[in-house]
Design a binder for this molecule. Structure first.
Ligand SMILES: [Fe+2]
Ligand SMILES: [Fe+2]
Length: 210
């Protein structure tokens, strides 16, 4: 039997989507939009094709820790789910990292999921600062922050750019925010990020290289 890892990952991403909608209250396709933004920023910053393959997988899986039974039950017991409270739950970073330890990545991706909420100024869970944070974790943190806090409509471009400028060197580096501003000049970005079938766009780019 031939096992297609990319197809499997996409199926997982749909399952994770439902958990995240349930627990975090994010709109559908959250993980896939994070993956698309991370892919575009990674490409712009010159990541290798193997690293790009891995960053897409990691971005899709970045919040897999919230699906852990105890954490999930805990969160679902609360009368009111506070998105920030959930997203800042350090535990989901640790559980998420442990869950993917045997996934067949193509590069060294140790601690990327663990550090996906680290902030550039050192105010994240693990107090890593600046380039102590692995670059892939920095990119996923940026993509997640962008996705959680912005409604990606092309008429909101200016709002989104000022959101980025406010957080530059606090939440993420100047290098990453500049990369995104360049990417956002391309109309295709806005069309793709709003495409309900964004999974097909990612699948096409997410080829197994090994
Ligand atoms: Fe998260
Ligand atoms: Fe997320």
């Amino acid at each position: 039997m031939l096992f297609n890892l990319n197809e499997f990952l996409m199926s997982v991403s749909f399952a994770l989507d439902f958990v995240e909608m349930d627990v975090l209250g994010v709109p559908s396709n959250h993980g896939k939009r994070v993956a698309y933004i991370a892919l575009k920023v990674g490409q712009y910053l010159g990541l290798s094709s193997k690293e790009l393959h891995d960053i897409v997988s990691l971005a899709i899986l970045h919040d897999n820790g919230v699906s852990e039974k105890n954490l999930y039950n805990n969160l679902m017991c609360k009368e009111e789910i506070n998105l920030n409270e959930v997203e800042v739950a350090k535990k989901h970073c640790i559980i998420g990292e442990e869950n993917i330890i045997n996934y067949p990545f193509l590069t060294d991706v140790k601690n990327i999921i663990k550090y996906h909420h680290e902030k550039y100024d050192g105010s994240g869970f693990f107090k890593l600062k600046g380039d102590e944070i692995p670059i892939m974790a920095q990119i996923i943190q940026f993509a997640n922050d962008m996705e959680m806090n912005n409604n990606f409509k092309s008429d909101k471009k200016e709002e989104i750019i000022s959101f980025i400028k406010e957080r530059e060197n606090v939440s993420f580096s100047h290098k990453i925010s500049r990369a995104f501003i360049e990417i956002a000049r391309d109309e295709k970005f806005w069309i793709n990020i709003n495409n309900e079938s964004i999974n097909n766009i990612i699948k096409k780019k997410h080829q197994v290289i090994a």
